[in-house]
Design a protein. Structure first.
Length: 150
């Protein structure tokens, strides 16, 4: 599995409740640009529209050798999932006020481009500070334990 890009802000700004994998409908120059690692997920999100799942604002840079066949960098891309999974996600997003956030784009073992989506709930500023403090405390504890072993 080759990871192309990750959305590090998503884990800070959202509480990830569940993750799932979806395929992406891409054009040829987009796949080549992804193989070169030219993408980022800043400010991107996914949503269900008309029974289909779409990825919005994911930026895939134009391929350098793409000439006139190049793609638009932030175009809306269709995501591929089973219909019952999409229906389940749509129900959760509508009922509980959750959102779908892309966490990373990667190539799987078969060379297919996949997006890992997270079903997430937004964090308030004080939740973010608490999460950072807990992470720092865990890191300090691990560091102290490691020092005692030596």
């Amino acid at each position: 599995m080759k990871i192309v890009c990750t959305n590090r802000k998503a884990r800070r700004d959202y509480e990830i409740l569940e993750t799932m994998e979806a395929g992406v409908v891409l054009r040829g120059t987009e796949v080549k640009a992804l193989r070169a690692g030219a993408a980022h997920l800043k400010d991107s999100h996914a949503a269900v529209e008309g029974g289909e799942l779409f990825l919005f604002n994911a930026h895939i840079s134009p391929y350098e050798q793409g000439n006139r066949f190049n793609h638009e960098p932030t175009r809306t891309r269709k995501l591929l999932m089973h219909e019952r999974e999409i229906d389940r996600l749509q129900g959760k997003v509508k009922e509980k006020g959750l959102t779908l956030v892309p966490l990373k784009i990667y190539f799987n073992d078969r060379g297919r481009v996949k997006v890992e989506l997270g079903l997430a709930r937004g964090r308030k500023a004080y939740d973010k500070r608490r999460a950072i403090a807990e992470r720092d405390a865990r890191r300090d504890l691990q560091r102290n334990l490691k020092e005692r072993e030596n």
